[in-house]
Ligand binder design. Structure first.
Ligand code: KE4
Length: 426
């Protein structure tokens, strides 16, 4: 299917991919190899076209190869790719993040979401002098050791029981509770609260499928962490600049102490960031003693792309249209499946959308695991064969971009109805 590329890839790259969830392991078959992206579409090396709802797992909110991004990169290319010295573009990107994300007073740019969360945890532990971290099952915060405990995304997709190589001593400092279970958080803080440095949460979970917070959950986390002197960290690597211009903290009106970002802020190039309260961020080297560094942090290509994409979002404000597109998709897919007699439930939050093959609404990863993963697999393939590329995992979400116009959504829903009928007939 991919003229030996897949064979070649598997010979020299573990599992043939540079990130496990791309391997199609949980949906079967071979991944296609991309030749190019354009707007809402991906084109593979066999000349097939797909409507793309993965969008590089979130970053491409303007779609593939949007001119504002590509032209910014072209302008920078002739001036060099990396300097390892300060540039105005990284100051501009930091100022833009500080202006747009309500609780971020200072920010450090890094190269991935993983770097952002691992450093935010180091800072939380330094600032509180406490060792423990609380996270929620099915939330994924990148692959730093402390977070590979009951993680979502690729860890859940591959059914890995966490990861070998993470020392027991490290895993023991990571406490895990079900998402949306505020009573459990209250109980845990009642016994271990004095040793908990921070609570890390995806304010809208995108790594178990799409699971919004139930009424009062985020507010409760804020109250409990404040009462016990722990930091609240919103991992907005996925929700940042997606569920609202100011992220989930703007949408839900919650003020975390620290925020981690990634994906959209790089316009498709490697950028992560962590930021928040000035008194905390000023503890980061060289301003303070908490060390963090990165050869390519804030590099001129990534900041050119990130600035261009965020500037467009700030000036054009496409969030209403994006939310409408995502809502049309989640409703349309659910109704296509239920009309075909296949139980489904779904929702959208901003420009993220998700569908579970389940009769009942899903409020936690534990419930998501009970959805019909086999039917999802068949449906994924039926859509892919008809030119619609959904995330190859039941524990991921769909994204939309400004390139996903109404006619693209119409085209997609036609395909989805046909795929649902095919699955129902099996
Ligand atoms: P990266 O290190 O992959 O840039 O970011 C890690 C990360 C942190 N926090 C959240 C909420 C995230 O969603 C992610 C990464 N998301 C996955 C997809 N759900 C990346 C895709 C992949 O692993 O290939």
């Amino acid at each position: 299917m991919t003229d030996g590329l897949w064979t070649r890839a598997q010979a020299v790259i573990p599992g043939g991919v540079n990130s496990p969830v791309r391997s199609f392991r949980s949906v079967g078959g071979e991944p296609f190899f991309v030749e190019r992206g354009e707007g809402a579409y991906l084109f593979d090396t066999e000349g097939r076209r797909y409507v793309d709802y993965v969008l590089s797992w979130g970053p491409l909110i303007l779609g593939h190869a949007h001119p504002v991004v590509t032209e910014a990169l072209e302008r920078q290319l002739g001036r060099g790719t990396s300097y390892g010295a300060p540039t105005e573009a990284e100051v501009e990107l930091a100022e833009r993040i500080v202006r747009l994300v309500p609780t971020v007073e200072m920010v450090r740019l890094v190269n991935s979401g993983t770097e952002a969360t691992m450093t935010a945890l180091r800072l939380a532990r330094a600032a509180t002098g406490r060792p423990l971290l609380l996270k929620f099952t099915g939330c994924y915060h990148g692959h730093a050791d402390a977070f590979l405990v009951a993680a979502g995304s690729g860890v859940a997709t591959l059914g890995l029981p966490d990861s070998p190589g993470v020392p027991e001593t490290v895993a023991a400092e990571t406490l895990v509770l079900p998402f949306n279970d505020l009573a459990a958080v209250e109980t845990l803080f009642g016994t271990r609260g004095d040793d908990i440095s921070s609570v890390f949460v995806e304010p809208v979970v995108g790594n178990s499928g799409l699971i919004p917070p139930v009424e009062g959950f985020l507010e409760g986390l804020r109250t409990i962490t404040e009462r016990h002197g722990a930091l609240l960290v919103f991992d907005e690597v996925m929700t940042g600049f997606r569920v609202a211009l100011g992220g989930a903290q703007e949408r839900y009106g919650i003020e975390p102490d620290l925020t981690t970002l990634g994906k959209v802020i790089g316009g498709g190039l490697p950028v992560g960031a962590f930021g928040g309260r000035r008194d905390l961020m000023e503890q980061i080297a060289p301003a303070g003693p908490v060390y963090q560094a990165g050869t390519l942090s804030g590099n001129p290509l990534a900041t050119a792309a990130g600035n261009a994409q965020l500037r467009y979002l700030e000036e054009e404000d496409p969030f209403g249209d994006l939310a409408h597109a995502a809502e049309r998709l989640s409703r349309g897919v659910v109704s296509a499946l239920t009309e075909a007699g296949i139980p489904a439930t779904g929702c959208s939050v901003g420009s993220m959308w998700g569908v579970f093959f389940s009769q009942e609404p899903i409020h936690s990863f534990e419930e998501a695991q009970g959805a019909d993963l086999d039917t999802f697999r068949v449906f994924h393939r039926a859509c892919l064969d008809r030119g619609v590329f959904l995330a190859p995992s039941p524990f991921e979400v769909g994204f939309v971009s400004t390139a996903h116009t109404s006619s693209v959504i119409d085209e997609t829903l036609e395909v989805v109805r046909a795929a649902a009928r095919e699955v129902a007939a099996l």
